[in-house]
Design a protein around this ligand. Structure first.
Ligand SMILES: *Cc1c(COP(=O)(O)O)cnc(C)c1O
Length: 432
């Protein structure tokens, strides 16, 4: 971290006396009641009223027919991939992934939990480039991917930062090619498109109650589906695939992925506050939009006309000609300052110095060392992943461009207006 106290651009700026988080848990008190009840009645394992309530309440809130409570969003994505894989390829053999040798079209600019489950099941993610209007999967690149790999039957689509993706176009392409869609709605709980919540557009969907999401159970996640038999299979897999027998009888491989009734108590207490948290995050987004409008930057997209995001994280992207010299290697970065310009590296570093947490955009999967051998499909041709694509500024690589110019701003719903004004002031000084 640089020393910003000796930088005249920041003269008079004081450090925050308590840390301003990117997005931290917000408890309300009801959580304690349901956790206490679980402890007092000794329902502390993976069966109990809190789990039932969370499954019913979330299914109703989202408008999904069935919801299965699991240990985390990653577990939900894994079982979603397994379920989709069995629908497409039949039952897997023990020790063999159900997607072995199969390619899966995946969002590229996302958290790696979106795509790793494909590998858990022996599949091969093929990354689909991002588009600027939603910062999510680009339907044109997806269409191209089907031209190159016509046999693919599974798509995993994430709704990044709470902005719904182009679900109509992607559904039409999937139907045309007989493919299933898994929706990763981990970040977008409560966001809607044409009045329908994310998590209801895919054949299967996953949400997350990780500590930094819109609501949290400290951990936890959920699989959403529309078929009761699918829901029951996932419940069975998540509790070690026990058959209905007097002893532990096993006909298929199982997992220990069920949510505990204690965690479910925390989630149960949070559910009534989803809309309040979204309102607070919307206000934060709008204040940034107003407060940063005189700078050469834009906010992350609101999305399509009929989208209502959940504003999980407020992000901004610098105009191309407002980025000061800035390079990233695999594990480090360098930047220099120029009047009228700045860079994500500098802004994140300056905010951290004064005590506020900002973060780079999710580094696209095709730029990740584990996935450099995987195909990456862009609008004007199929590109192999090139780790230096973002340095060379390849025009077609939208994900690399957003990663290079963008950043996530402090978006904690407990941040006061005054604290946010100070964050906005620090960002302004970076451009001086
Ligand atoms: C948080 C997140 C997940 C994983 O959820 P966990 O509950 O942390 O396992 C998956 N995908 C995306 C896009 C996420 O942001």
């Amino acid at each position: 971290m640089r020393d910003y106290l000796s930088d005249p651009r920041f003269s008079g700026v004081e450090r925050f006396n308590k840390k301003i988080w990117l997005s931290s848990p917000t408890m309300h008190g009801d959580e304690q009641r349901w956790v206490d009840e679980a402890l007092q009645t000794n329902w502390v394992s993976t069966v109990g009223e809190n789990i039932n309530a969370v499954e019913n309440n979330m299914a109703r809130f989202i408008g999904a027919p069935y919801a299965v409570a699991l240990s985390c969003g990653t577990a939900a994505l894994h079982l979603a991939v397994k379920l989709a894989g069995e629908k497409l390829n039949g039952k897997s053999k023990p020790g063999r992934g159900v997607l072995e040798g199969k390619k899966v079209f995946c969002s590229d600019m996302t958290f790696d939990a979106t795509v790793n489950p494909v590998c858990y099941e022996g599949g091969e993610p093929v990354f689909i480039d991002t588009e600027y209007d939603t910062w999510n999967m680009d339907p044109e690149s997806l269409e191209r991917a089907f031209e190159i790999y016509p046999d693919v039957r599974l798509i995993i689509l994430a709704h990044l930062y709470g902005t719904p993706g182009r679900v109509d176009e992607i559904r039409a392409i999937a139907d045309k090619h007989g493919a299933l869609i898994i929706e990763d709605a981990a970040e977008s709980l409560g966001a809607t498109y044409k009045g329908r919540q994310t998590g209801t557009f895919g054949d299967i969907a996953a949400i997350s109650f990780n500590g930094n999401k819109v609501i949290t159970g400290s951990s936890g996640g959920m699989l959403l589906c529309s078929d009761i038999e699918d829901a029951n299979r996932v419940r069975k897999w998540s509790t070690q695939s026990r058959e209905a027998a007097p002893w532990y009888q096993h006909e298929e491989i199982g997992y220990n992925y069920r949510m505990s009734n204690i965690i479910a108590g925390v989630v149960r207490g949070q559910i009534p506050y989803i809309n309040e948290h979204i309102e607070q995050k919307r206000a934060i987004y709008l204040r940034y939009k107003e407060g940063l409008k005189d700078l050469p930057v834009r906010m992350n997209p609101w999305g399509l006309g009929e989208s209502s995001p959940n504003f999980w994280l407020s992000c901004m992207i610098l105009d191309s000609d407002a980025v000061a010299p800035f390079v990233r290697g695999e594990n480090d970065q360098l930047w220099s300052s120029e009047t009228g310009k700045s860079s994500p590296g500098e802004i994140i570093d300056a905010l951290a110095f004064f005590g506020a947490e900002a973060r780079p955009i999710w580094k696209p999967m095709h730029l990740q060392p584990i996935y450099t051998g995987n195909a990456f499909i862009v609008r004007d041709g199929s590109g192999r992943a090139r780790t230096n694509a973002y340095i060379s500024g390849a025009a077609a690589d939208v994900g690399a461009d957003i990663f290079r110019r963008g950043l996530c701003l402090p978006s904690d719903n407990k941040m006061t207006q005054n604290e946010q004004d100070r964050v906005i002031d620090i960002i302004h000084r970076c451009f001086k």
